[in-house]
Design a protein around this ligand. Structure first.
Ligand code: PLP
Length: 440
C-alpha cells in the first residue's frame, strides 16, 4: 500500500505507539506482568463507586419528567453536540471554575476534545509549523518546552516534521521527607531567555505539563509566573497541560496554585480521575482559541464524544469531582508514592540511584547515574523478565539525545499499580540494576 507523506509519518513506529502496544499486550497477556509502564490511572474503589452510581442514574434520571427514553444517557448518546462540545457540561465547567477561581469565564472560553491528547494534536499544529510572517515569507515555528523531559505523547503530533525546542533542566540535589537520594529539575531561565529560536521569533507557543509526566515534578508558582511573563513578552500563548493538576484530579503534593488569563491555554482531562475510556479533554482559553478548536473538531470529529460529559456534569455541579480528587485520588497516589519510594530505597538505596522528588502525577522518575547500559537496553532486559517500565530517551522531544547522556540514564515507572505489583516489579528492577552496578 502506498501511503502519503502524512500517512508515512503517522504509521512509523513511535515512542507512544510502543508504549500503547506494550500496555495493551500486558492487559491481554496470560503471563503475569508487572505493569509499571503505562499511563493508565489506578482503580480506586471509592471513586469507581461514584462513577457507577452516576452512570446508572443517567439511564433513568427521567430528565424531562416523561420516561427513561428521555434520560440523559440516551439524549447524550443519541445526539451530536455542536463542535464546541456538550453544552450542559460546558455550562457546568464554567460554573465550577468560576466558583473556585476568579477567572470570570463564559461558555466562549471552553471547548471539549476527545481526550486531551486530541487537544495537543490541535494546539501544537495550530501554534507550531509553517507560518507566514509580515513579509509573507514562511517562518517555521516550534513549540517551546521550557523543561525537558516532557510528556512522550507530545513527540509525534505535528502533521509535518517535529517542531519542538526544549531547554535542558538544572538538576538540584534535594531531600524528600528528610531523606537524601532525591533530585529536582528546575527551569534554566538563563538558557531559555537566550534561546535563539525565542529571540528570533521562531517559537509559536510555550508548553509544560504540571505536574509533569514523566517526572512527577511540579513547576513552582514562581517558575509559572516567569513563563507567563515570557510568553506575553513574545506574544505567544502559554499552554499548561493540567492532566494531573488541580482542581481535578489534583494529584499534586507541593504547594502550588493554578492561574489563568487570556494568554493562557489550560488543558484538563477526565482521564486521570479514572475515566480514560470516555476520552474527554477540556480546553479553557480565549474565545479565539476556542473557536479554532471547535472548527478543528467539526472537521476531524464532527463533535466531541458526550458520554464523559454526561457522567462528569453532575459531579461538577455539586463539586463531588473536587471532593473525590481531594479526599480519595490525591491521598491514594501520595500513599503509592511513599510505598514505592520505600521499596526502591530498600532495593537500591546503597547504589547510585536517585529519585526525582515526588511532587505529583502517577509516576516516579528514577535516575541510574553512570549505569553501563542505556535505559533502552535496561527496558528490554526488564521486559524479558516480565516487568514493564518506560526508558527515558522518548521523553525528550526537541532534544538531541545523542548529545545528552542523562537522557539515557532514567526510567519512568507508574505507581498506579496495586501494592503487590509494585513489590514484584521493584524487586526485578532492583535485581537487574544491582547486578549491572556490580559489573555482573
Ligand atoms: N498530558 C499528559 C501529561 C498525559 O500524561 C496524558 C496521558 O497520559 C495526556 C496529556 C493525554 O491524556 P488524555 O488524552 O487521556 O486526556
Amino acid at each position: 500500500m502506498n501511503f502519503s507523506k502524512f500517512g508515512q509519518k503517522f504509521t512509523q513506529p513511535t515512542g507512544i505507539s510502543q508504549l500503547m502496544d506494550d500496555l495493551g499486550d500486558a492487559l491481554k497477556s496470560d503471563q503475569p506482568i508487572n505493569m509499571l509502564g503505562g499511563g493508565n490511572p489506578a482503580r480506586i474503589d471509592a471513586v469507581n463507586e461514584v462513577f457507577l452510581e452516576t452512570y446508572r442514574a443517567l439511564g433513568n434520571d427521567d430528565a424531562n419528567n416523561t420516561n427513561e427514553l428521555n434520560s440523559t444517557a440516551l439524549t447524550s448518546i443519541g445526539n451530536y453536540s455542536n463542535p464546541q462540545g456538550d453544552a450542559a457540561f460546558i455550562d457546568a465547567l464554567v460554573g465550577f471554575f468560576n466558583r473556585h477561581y476568579d477567572w470570570n469565564l463564559s461558555a466562549d472560553n471552553v471547548a471539549l476534545t476527545n481526550g486531551s491528547q486530541n487537544a495537543f494534536f490541535y494546539l501544537f499544529n495550530l501554534f507550531g509549523g509553517a507560518f507566514n510572517d509580515v513579509n509573507n515569507e514562511t517562518v517555521d515555528k516550534s513549540i517551546l518546552l521550557p523543561l525537558a523531559p516532557e510528556y512522550i505523547g507530545y513527540s509525534d503530533v505535528h502533521v509535518e516534521g517535529q517542531h519542538f525546542a526544549a531547554v535542558l533542566p538544572h538538576i538540584d540535589t534535594v531531600t524528600h521527607d528528610g531523606e537524601e537520594g532525591f533530585f529536582k529539575y528546575r527551569v534554566d531561565f538563563e538558557a531559555l531567555e537566550n534561546l535563539p529560536a525565542l529571540i528570533e521569533g521562531r517559537i509559536g507557543a510555550i508548553c509544560c505539563s504540571r505536574p509533569t509526566n514523566p517526572t512527577g515534578n511540579v513547576l513552582t508558582d514562581e517558575e509559572m509566573s516567569r513563563l507567563s511573563d515570557i510568553a506575553k513578552r513574545y506574544d505567544v500563548p502559554l499552554i499548561i497541560d493540567n492532566a494531573y493538576g488541580m482542581p481535578f484530579p489534583n494529584i499534586i503534593y507541593s504547594d502550588a496554585h493554578l492561574t489563568w488569563d487570556d494568554n493562557t491555554i489550560l488543558c484538563f482531562s477526565l482521564s486521570k480521575i479514572g475515566l480514560p475510556g470516555v476520552r474527554t479533554g477540556i480546553i479553557v482559553a480565549a474565545p479565539e482559541v476556542i473557536a479554532a478548536v471547535s472548527a478543528l473538531n467539526a472537521v476531524v470529529n464532527l463533535s466531541p464524544t458526550r458520554f464523559g460529559a454526561a457522567i462528569a456534569t453532575p459531579l461538577l455541579q455539586d463539586d463531588r469531582i473536587k471532593q473525590l480528587s481531594d479526599n480519595e485520588i490525591k491521598p491514594f497516589y501520595q500513599q503509592q508514592a511513599t510505598t514505592a519510594v520505600r521499596l526502591l530505597k530498600e532495593a537500591m538505596g546503597d547504589y547510585p540511584m536517585m529519585i526525582h522528588k515526588p511532587e505529583g502525577a502517577i509516576f516516579l522518575w528514577l535516575w541510574f547515574k553512570d549505569l553501563q547500559i542505556t535505559t533502552d537496553e535496561l527496558y528490554e532486559i526488564l521486559k524479558k523478565k516480565g516487568t514493564l517500565i518506560v526508558p527515558s530517551q522518548h521523553f525528550f522531544p526537541g532534544v538531541d539525545v545523542t548529545q545528552y547522556p542523562h537522557a539515557h540514564e532514567c526510567i519512568r515507572m507508574s505507581i498506579a499499580a496495586d501494592e503487590q505489583t509494585l513489590i514484584d516489579g521493584i524487586k526485578v528492577i532492583g535485581e537487574v540494576v544491582r547486578a549491572l552496578y556490580n559489573g555482573k
